[in-house]
Design a protein around this ligand. Sequence first.
Ligand code: PHE
Length: 355
Amino acid sequence: MELELEQWGGEELLIRRDARTGAWIGIAIHSTVRGPAVGGTRLRRYASVHAALVDVLRLSAGMTVKNAVAGLPCGGGKAVIAVPGPLTDGEREALLERYAEMIDGLGGRFATGPDIGTGEADMDVIGRRTVHVFCRSLGQGGSGTASPWTAAGVQAGIRATLRHRTGSDDLAGRQVLIQGLGEVGGVLARLLHDAGARLLLADVERERVRATVAALPGAVEVTAEAVIGTECDVFSPCAIGGVLNAETIPQLRCLIVAGAANNQLLEEADAERLRTAGILYAPDFVINSGGIMRGIGAERLGWSEAQIDARIQAIGETLEEIYRASERLDISTAAAANRLAQEALTPVEVATPPG
Ligand code: PHE
């Protein structure tokens, strides 16, 4: 895919090669219209520096619409750290400290949190050099991992999407195929299992699937290669982006797609493809916003746990609103969600929390 900055429509892109590790660091500030740009830090190996930059641009745009629809007083941004290979603990910490100094140099225009490849321990390291970080450990004054809240939002979203598509939100006996059993997918599997769903589980790491299947009686392993084309009620992508595309959509055998991964659609046209196939698609940036609601809500907005839970359950209502708009306007659900985001893309007044 090409790196098209005009099409990106963002504000600021910072790229640096970290000489000591050979890692490439990219920070993309897509929008600060609603407030400082907030988005996670993704740390992984990429096929090329170019691929990492394409990823960070797309992910940052996703955060703008996510935070807008979530009603958070934040703009959208994202960071990637494209590492050349495995790092020692010491190398990783030092790299994260240098990265944190880059964030600090942005003077608050960007703040980060965890994403694929990073967790609360990494946020603690970043917190040594900048205050612009969410989800540090509880011991360091943060709100800890946000993944269980992302998973709870996805579950609420699966229910709402099933209700709209089939008339019932009962998960008992429903076949749910989860692709990716990481921080979010793993918790989601447990939640859905407890709600009586019949789980089909896949991950590129075989060991991880085996461990999860062993812990959840009745769950069945699906190989990573067999995910697309496996029959189910709910397909829940919880790994990397781009899984919904011109090649995969015609092979899908599900009623709905509702998962935690960011940027599930490879291109805009894929939303139409899903609609034509009769598959109800829960726009990723709406259904997966539970984690950032929790991080920002707890650390900046003074929300209580009850308020956070209510917001996360309301993800289901937002999706229902999007599904109705998509029918009324005869557009895809992704287009309807984007309309909602554009309407919300205006500056917000932030009330300072008490205390
Ligand atoms: N990875 C999260 C997302 O994509 C980003 C995040 C979570 C940022 C929690 C801050 C706090 O939404």
